[in-house]
Design a protein around this ligand. Structure first.
Ligand SMILES: *Cc1c(COP(=O)(O)O)cnc(C)c1O
Length: 454
């Protein structure tokens, strides 16, 4: 026996509160700006319910998780923390590798941690329907699941290329009672405008956001829901790290490095922020590695600037690490890592030196995914596999240096609906996309003009 493999918390050990890192940082995080007036603003009330707007702004260190929501979390939380003994052995590393398994939720990723919270507060506020966008479908399926639990309607605009290529996530949305439309669509003014210019357009997240926002803005019974990037979304995800801290205590270890993949930044923030609290308040020297796709390198190659979140300029402008809102990344399989920007809170922490970003192309990422599946058994999502690549490289570096290093990564989701991507990898059909410097330069010319506030 190698010792413990799974560290499990009891349901009565579910965290009582989410952690708000804003209370512990000493530098200012630039405010959101109104897309038209360019003045500082909060999240727009027509799009979000009051409770979520308040959570986005709060300076309180902790926000209590309401009792009915904890009962829902109990469907899959607390999630297990695993020690990856067999991966360590295959690597021949003295490092200890731990992963927090968020694939345990019904939709198979971390996303329902915030989806159920957003549905709960919206339901409390009398909202009948939530509208949203989805890329590969993880967020759309998580929100459809959440709306079903609270007996609400769910309207999902799914990027058209994914709608065609990922039929099973679409089916999940249907199964959980959601309504899903390929974007750009004829249903909205934003969609009709895009299709008038390019009838063959296969869509992007920025376009789908514009459609979902428009539906919420023009219907009184509908609010908009975002699966990443915003402060309140990151807040809800901290339930991951709060559990992981207790589970690492059970293992009698503390991570030297905490790793997560970054699309908009929510699962990374979820695992990292509670450990970052220990660094901010107790000087604990943990490193935080944020892993992005080389095809969409917002943190490693982008600029820190005010930018629009969507192509139609309906959503507030945020100061963030960005590639420009008109940047359309290559069609990599990690659909969840294709957003042009990164959460403002994460971007600010990055610029203050708390986070080390790294970018990987997809072929070495799939190599890591297959190694993980063949040693640990679980087949990871392509997004998650970016974090696995980084964890493996940390373990190999520790081996080279003869160091015992404790590595924790967040396993953001399983890859059961991404097997087409694995088929492509085994058939040698994946391509490593080069960083398209000219494309980014062109996109950066379209940043909003916000004068001296930037
Ligand atoms: C959506 C998604 C991501 C990326 O989103 P973040 O907000 O950066 O966490 C990563 N992994 C999985 C499995 C996802 O579904």
């Amino acid at each position: 026996m190698k010792g413990q493999t799974k560290y499990l918390l009891d349901e009565n050990q579910l965290p009582k509160a989410w952690y708000n890192i804003v209370s512990d940082i000493t530098f200012p995080v630039p405010p959101l700006l109104h897309p038209v007036t360019k003045e500082p603003t909060i999240l727009p009330p027509p799009l979000f319910c009051q409770a979520l707007i308040e959570q986005d702004e709060t300076k309180e260190q902790y926000v209590e998780i309401p009792e009915p929501l904890k009962e829902i979390y109990q469907l899959w939380r607390p999630t297990p923390l695993f020690r990856a003994h067999r991966l360590e052995q295959a690597l021949g590393t003295p490092a200890h590798i731990y992963y927090k398994y968020e694939g345990a939720s019904p939709p198979g990723s971390h996303k329902p941690n915030t989806a159920v919270a957003q549905a709960y507060y919206s339901k409390e506020a009398g909202v009948k329907r939530l509208s949203t966008e989805t890329g590969a479908g993880q967020w759309g399926s998580a929100l459809a699941f959440a709306c079903q639990l609270f007996d609400m309607e769910c309207k999902v605009y799914m990027v058209k290329i994914s709608y065609q290529q990922k039929p099973y996530r679409r089916s999940m949305i249907h199964t959980w009672g959601g309504n899903v439309t390929p974007s750009p669509s004829e249903e909205t003014q934003a969609g009709r405008g895009i299709l008038a210019e390019d009838p063959e357009c296969l869509g992007s997240l920025g376009m789908a956001i514009s459609e979902a926002v428009e539906v919420a803005a023009t219907n009184d019974d509908t609010k908009y829901s975002l699966g990443s990037v915003l402060n309140h979304v990151l807040l809800h995800q901290t339930v991951i790290g709060e559990e992981a801290i207790r589970q690492m205590e059970m293992a009698d270890e503390y991570p030297d490095v905490v790793i997560g993949c970054v699309g908009g930044g929510s699962n990374f923030a979820g695992v990292a922020f509670p450990f970052l609290r220990e660094r901010l308040t107790n000087g604990v020297k943990t490193r935080f590695v944020a892993v992005e796709s080389a095809a969409c390198p917002s943190m490693t190659k982008g600029v820190y600037a005010y930018d629009y979140g969507d192509t139609a300029h309906l959503a507030p402008i945020a100061k963030m690490d960005t590639l420009g809102h008109t940047f359309v990344p290559a069609g990599i399989h990690a659909g969840g890592l294709r957003y042009h920007g990164v959460a403002p809170l994460l971007s600010a922490l990055h610029r203050e030196g708390y986070i080390d970003p790294i970018a990987y192309p997809q072929i070495p990422v799939f190599e890591a995914a297959v190694m993980f599946a063949r040693t640990e058994g679980i087949i990871p999502a392509p997004e998650t596999s970016h974090a696995i690549r980084a964890a493996i490289d940390e373990a190999l570096d520790a081996k080279e240096k003869g160091e015992k290093r404790v590595i924790l990564f967040n396993f953001s989701g399983h890859g059961h609906f991404d097997m087409g991507a694995y088929d492509g990898y085994f058939a040698g059909k994946l391509v490593d996309f080069e960083y398209p410097a000219e494309k980014v330069q062109a996109a950066l010319c379209n940043l909003p003009d916000v004068g001296t506030t930037a």
